[in-house]
Structure formats: C-alpha cells, structure tokens
Write a protein that binds this ligand. Structure first.
Ligand SMILES: [Zn+2]
Length: 302
C-alpha cells in the first residue's frame, strides 16, 4: 500500500474533497472547505496572553505550537426551495492555500449558478471576497446577498477608516470592490430577525461591529453557526476571554463569545464554527474556566 502511494506522489499528497454533509431537521447542510491557512505563531496573536501561554494552550490541544492554523469553511443549506450559501470564503483574492470553495462546491455537485441566496456573517475578506472573482465577475450572479446592517453601516462609511491599523483599512477597499457595484441590491438584515425562513440573525458583535451568528432551525433541530464568535478552538473556546488580534472591540467580543458558548454548552446545541477544524461541526462543553469543542461523529450516510 505505502509503496503504491510513494510511486504516485501527487495522489499521496492530495486530500479527499473538502465537503461534508449532515442534516438539521429537514435541511441538508453541506460544509465546504475554502482552504487552510498556516502562519508562524507570533507574539500578539492573542492580545491578552503571552506567547508562552498561547503555546501551552496549543500544546494542550495536541496541535503545533510553532504555527497557527486557520481553516475556513462556508456552509450550503438546502431546504428544497433555496440553495443558501453561508459566507463565501476568500475566492481567488487570497493566498493559494485559500480559495478552494468553488472546487469543493463542484465536488459536492453544486453549481455556483444554483446558489439562490447568500447570507454573510460579517464583512471581513475571508467571508466576502469569494463573492466576486479577481476578474470582477460575481461568482453566483443571481443570488440575493444578505449582510448585517451594522457591518454594512460601518464598512461603507469611510469616516471609520481613520485610526485603524493598515490591515483593517484595506478591508474598506475590499468591501467596496466586492459589494460596491451591487450596493443597491445588497439586502441588510437586523439582529433578532429571520434573515430567511429558519435562519435567525443572532447578535455577536465585537469581532466586527456587526458580526452575526446564525441560528438555523428545522423540524425541532437547531444548528448555531458561530461564524468568528470563537476562532481556533484550542485558543478561543478553551479561553473565551482571550482576545484575537483582529477582534475590533475586545469587551464586546468577549461578551458575545462567553454568551454564545454558554448557551451552546447549556442547551447542548450543535454548532458550526467558520474557523474550526473541518468539517467544523460539533458541540461545546464546559471545561475548567472555559469550554471545549467536541467534534460531531463522522457519519457515513446523510
Ligand atoms: Zn474569519
């Protein structure tokens, strides 16, 4: 076996396609990996923890303490009427490790043109860039796009640019590139509202001003899409008071994280985290002063 793989080095390195299906009530959910970004771990990745503390936390969860791995996983939800994409990945606008959503969508048998609705959790590039290719074309031309009102208000107002670090300032240009040409057609949703039937916007501000989680419900079952409420589980689920460098409002981000992780743990909710390890679905349990992510069991049938 091993000898065969070594004689086909490309096949031996390739992974199975990055999609995974499960059901929430009558809904069919497909998790689609957009890629996995690996960067050297640097001081400051967590604003209020030392490098030694971060390394210890990574080690405790059996992952590398030399680098930080960020997986990106949008979802597709099919209800028999609509094909709903939840967040859109980086598209062809980022590093080559990202932008695999369309490949994995194809592997799952879903054409981009079949997508009828797109719900965006917040306007950071790793969630919206995939809406529009570098060439300028919308990837799912006919889909209605829904964004959180407070993020739309923040990122489309250039007055908010000043005083932000360079990376954050570039996000304004990206919002304009991706959504500017269709600004009049973009639909804005509010917290507490049903964005679409069975998909309710849950306030989770802090990571960005309008960062939103989504409660997805069908036939008595629920899935809480956490988006970026908590990033890498070894760091931000285990230590919900740790502040990611990109969390724009530290106190708000912590409040949202603790509130939603507590609700998930206490209600034994199924959750999906955009930056959790693929396929990003599982449960939250209380552990020590924080929480722990427990991946859902892989199922051979949907
Ligand atoms: Zn993100």
């Amino acid at each position: 076996m091993a000898a065969d793989l070594r004689s086909h080095p490309e096949a031996a390195r390739a992974q199975a396609p990055g999609f995974y299906r499960y059901r929430v009530g009558d809904l069919l959910v497909t998790a689609l990996n957009d890629g996995v970004l690996t960067r050297p771990l640097q001081e400051g990745f967590v604003r209020n923890a030392s490098l030694a503390e971060i390394k210890a936390a990574l080690k405790e969860s059996f992952v590398s303490d030399e680098q930080v791995t960020t997986s990106m996983t949008p979802l597709v939800i099919e209800d028999g009427r609509d094909v709903i994409l939840i967040d859109a990945g980086m598209g062809d606008n980022g590093p080559p490790a990202l932008g695999h959503l369309l490949t994995n969508l194809g592997a799952a048998g879903i054409a981009p043109a079949a997508v009828t609705k797109i719900v965006i959790s917040h306007l950071h590039p790793d969630h919206i860039s995939g809406l529009r290719s570098k060439s300028g074309a919308l990837v799912s031309e006919n889909a209605d796009i829904f964004v959180p009102e407070p993020d739309w208000a923040f990122w489309t107002d250039d007055d908010n640019r000043s005083g932000l670090p360079e990376g954050a300032a570039a996000n304004f240009d990206n919002v304009r590139r991706v959504l500017g040409p269709i600004a009049n057609e973009v639909r804005r949703y509010r917290w507490g509202e049903a964005v679409l039937p069975g998909i309710t916007a849950v306030a989770a501000p802090g990571h960005t001003p309008g960062h939103t989680a989504l409660m997805i419900e069908s036939a008595g079952q629920r899935l809480l899409f956490l988006a970026d409420t908590a990033g890498q589980p070894p760091l931000f689920v285990r230590h919900p008071n740790w502040i990611l460098a990109h969390d724009m409002d530290a106190a708000q981000a912590c409040e949202s994280r603790v509130r939603l992780l507590s609700e998930a743990a206490d209600s034994r909710l199924q959750v999906a985290g955009y930056h959790f390890p693929f396929p990003c679905v599982g449960y939250i349990e209380r552990a020590g002063g924080g929480f722990r992510f427990v991946p859902a069991e892989w199922r051979p049938t949907v």
